[in-house]
Write a protein that binds this ligand. Structure first.
Ligand code: FE2
Length: 429
């Protein structure tokens, strides 16, 4: 007897015609023609059943604050930081919680059930930290929310940040953050990487730094991050976010750098929507894309993810919590258009970030958590192409969001009366 059975599912790895049996919030069976009764049965009708989307790089303290107190008309990173600085003293505990909870509703509707959010600790009140700790508690039944102590204005550059970061960790923030390229000098940046990794080693925490978010090819804090990771035995527990300077680095230097990152098992998170929007702003033409070297890192076995980073905040006016939009942008910017590469882009918003976040029991396999999404698509490539509708979002074996399939009725003489975009097939699908 199962609580829920999903029949005729296609999994992201291509296995098809599978039935998934769920009991007490866990996947207890995964096979073809699964027998046994179930409280509820969902027929996936051969469509894609994926583990939930995961966003390992977000800013939930700023989300949905677009226009407060003004719009970032230039679109520059530094203007965004200035506007955020103007907004910070005006923030209230309740308003931050309200916006974050609204974003979490949107996330659930998009099948996004795990989010790592940075939270700015450069604020004597630690208002964002306390608000997001409350949000984490409230959404725990349906979203794995991980918080990163993020010194937005610099760990050494902002007076008091050293103490504030420790206080945030004492309050229960999960991950150590940083922003070495924003420190006053390269040496201060390197010193911040060392200090932050030491804090993580002492406290047994993960590390996720905004690292080298610049077009300056000489911004090489990722090298220090990989070195410190190995020195302190933090292998597999450290992520470098953005790494956009790598786009512009000398190729010979990168050929030395990538094996170092791989050896240290440091993972990489690009944020395609933000990187393509913000980088290359000092260029005339040709303009650099600015996103880090994801396909090259994947060939070294480095775990990679695409993050959303921002939705309707001082840095980015758009976004909808749709990790398929993020994957689509990453695919285009990195020119990952081969079929295997497109599947890797799907992995970069599912299994990759799940590994980076050290999520427990993630993935569609017996024994894992019964968290999954039924998509109106045949496979991961079609899901990205169509930004597929999330027909059912399932958490702990319960349906927590339902969407009607996307269909359009047509009034065209001699043509079908209804168009289902996911019904258009090529020889590959
Ligand atoms: Fe960020």
């Amino acid at each position: 007897m199962f609580d829920l059975k999903i029949i005729n599912a296609t999994l992201p790895d291509g296995r098809t015609g599978l039935d998934i049996g769920i009991r007490a919030g866990r996947i207890t069976a995964l096979e073809t023609n699964l027998g046994g009764d179930a409280g509820e049965t969902i027929n996936a009708a051969g469509q894609l059943v994926s583990p939930p989307f995961v966003d390992c790089h977000f800013h939930m303290d700023a989300t949905l604050s677009l226009g407060l107190p003004r719009i970032n008309e230039s679109g520059l990173l530094l203007e965004g930081i200035r506007i955020w600085g103007e907004l910070k003293p005006l923030l209230t505990h309740e308003a931050v919680i309200e916006r974050a909870m609204a974003y979490c509703d949107l996330a659930v509707s998009q099948g996004l059930l795990a989010i790592r959010t940075h939270v700015d600790i450069c604020d004597e009140r630690l208002l964002g930290v306390e608000a997001l700790l409350e949000v984490k508690k409230r959404v725990a039944p349906y979203i794995d929310l991980q918080l990163v102590a993020f010194p937005q204005d610099g760990y050494f550059r902002y007076p008091g940040a050293v103490d504030l970061l420790n206080r945030a960790l004492d309050l229960g923030v999960d991950v150590v953050g940083g922003i070495p390229h924003f420190e006053r000098t390269m040496s201060d940046g390197a010193a911040s990487v060392k200090a932050l990794c030491e804090i993580a080693a002492e406290r047994g925490l993960l590390v996720d730094l905004h690292c080298d978010e610049t077009d300056d090819p000489m911004s090489r804090h990722i090298e220090t991050l990989a070195y410190e990771t190995q020195r302190l035995g933090l292998n597999g527990r450290v992520n470098g976010s953005h790494l956009t300077s790598m786009h512009s680095m000398d190729n010979y230097y990168v050929s030395k750098l990538l094996p170092l990152i791989a050896e240290a098992e440091v993972s990489a998170t690009a944020n395609p929507l933000i990187n393509i929007g913000i980088q290359g702003r000092h260029d005339t033409y040709p303009k650099r894309r600015g996103m880090t070297r994801i396909p090259e890192m994947l060939t070294y076995g480095i775990t990679c993810a695409f993050g959303h980073d921002c939705v309707m905040d001082p840095w980015y006016s758009l976004g909808s919590g749709d990790m398929l939009e993020v994957a689509s942008m990453g695919l285009h910017v990195a020119q990952m258009t081969g079929r295997a590469a497109m599947r890797q882009c799907f992995d970069a918003v599912t299994t990759g970030p799940a590994k980076i976040m050290h999520l427990d029991g993630y993935g569609i396999a017996v024994g894992n958590k019964a968290d999954m999404v039924v998509l109106q698509a045949a496979d991961p490539i079609e899901a990205i192409r169509l930004r597929a509708t999330r027909l059912k979002v399932i958490k702990s074996g319960k349906v927590i969001a339902n969407s009607a399939p996307r269909r359009t009725s047509l009034s065209l003489a001699g043509r079908p009366e209804e168009l289902d975009p996911s019904a258009m097939r090529s020889q590959f699908t």
